[in-house]
Design a binder for this molecule. Structure first.
Ligand SMILES: Nc1ncnc2c1ncn2[C@@H]1O[C@H](COP(=O)(O)OP(=O)(O)OP(=O)(O)O)[C@@H](O)[C@H]1O
Ligand SMILES: [Mg+2]
Length: 306
């Protein structure tokens, strides 16, 4: 069953400067099956947040439409809002209410009780009895995001949309969040944007990539992307001396430079041996190098730079 069918979605905003129109999404079409987990990636900005908010019925498309479990976001906006939940570090809940009051409100609206799992999730972010009586404005960013996810679990949406929450979380709670989402794998359709590529690749088997004009440049499973990607490994070299950069580039492999760090892309195990011996000859200019299999982050940079 299709959870989402997006057809030629275009979304424009009127820019506050000069009143010019900005196209945030242009002709985006895709389908997503129920219970799939999709990572939306693209440079900043490329319409990622706009896409998530349009799926949640927070924004409406100017052209085209999205059907969420068969319901048109244009015509059945309220129904779409009921079955989706958009979570971001930015959007504020009622800050003047206490944690307990917020939870009470949402359990009442949803007609559900707090489960043991939700209470445990809150506890990992140290939201205990004492914190329950505090107003939201006194909570840390991690606690606020945790509360938002807890409310999401109370609501039990069919589609959960997470916008950059992992990169704002304290590392110690990331794992609990990942586990919580993993447990829901058979129950929810997940769409997420995150700068934390590691979590993104852990949770999502599919990716949708947007370019800076808000156009979809590709969508596919991570396996498909890996198959089309020409490189197998990347070697990350930390330089002691930046004058060596040019010499490394002249070795003829594709490279990417970020400050004193160079990433070299290679295709085979043979090339690892070749490259390692070449790098060892430059060892007085190199602090260290590390070989790893390519991941979603490498593919992402490759695609957006193509
Ligand atoms: N509510 C709004 N009003 C006016 N312009 C907006 C609004 N929301 C988004 N935009 C514009 O639409 C474009 C896409 O923004 P969007 O926030 O969707 O990008 P993004 O990919 O999420 O970016 P980032 O990676 O920085 O989060 C940007 O040019 C942005 O300024
Ligand atoms: Mg965004």
């Amino acid at each position: 069953m299709e959870a989402i069918i997006a057809e030629n979605v275009t979304k424009k905003f009127k820019s506050s400067i000069l009143g010019k129109k900005i196209t945030a999404l242009k002709n985006v079409s895709f389908q997503l099956d129920e219970h799939e987990h999709l990572a939306v990636m693209g440079p900043s900005p490329s319409g990622k947040t706009t896409l998530l908010k349009t799926i949640a019925g927070i924004y409406l498309p100017d052209e085209g439409d999205i059907r969420v479990y068969g319901k048109s976001v244009r015509r059945k906006t309220e129904e779409v809002r009921k079955i989706t939940y958009y979570i971001t570090p930015q959007i504020q809940l009622n800050k003047k209410l206490t944690v307990k009051e917020n939870l009470k409100y949402f359990t009442k609206v949803a007609g559900r009780e707090l489960t043991e799992e939700i209470i445990q999730l809150l506890e990992t972010a140290e939201i205990n009895d004492e914190v329950m009586d505090k107003r939201l404005e006194t909570l840390s960013e991690t606690q606020t995001i945790t509360l938002k996810l807890a409310i999401g679990l109370i609501k039990k949406p069919r589609i959960l949309l997470m916008d950059n929450i992992f990169s704002s979380l304290e590392p110690k709670i990331k794992e609990t969040f990942t586990e919580t989402i993993e447990k829901l794998r058979e129950e929810i359709t997940l769409i997420m944007v995150d700068q934390d590529m590691e979590t993104l690749s852990k949770l999502c088997r599919k990716t949708l990539i947007l370019n800076h004009r808000g156009e979809m440049i590709m969508m596919g499973s991570v396996e498909q992307l890996l198959k089309n990607y020409p490189y197998k490994y990347d070697v990350e070299v930390t330089l002691k001396n930046s004058s060596i950069k040019e010499k490394i580039r002249r070795l003829g492999y594709p490279t990417q430079t970020i400050g004193d760090l160079m990433r070299i892309y290679i295709k085979s195990e043979n090339e690892i041996l070749e490259l390692t011996s070449k790098l060892l000859k430059m060892k007085e200019h190199i602090l260290k190098f590390e070989i790893s299999g390519i991941d979603m982050e490498d593919i992402y940079y490759w695609i957006i730079n193509k």
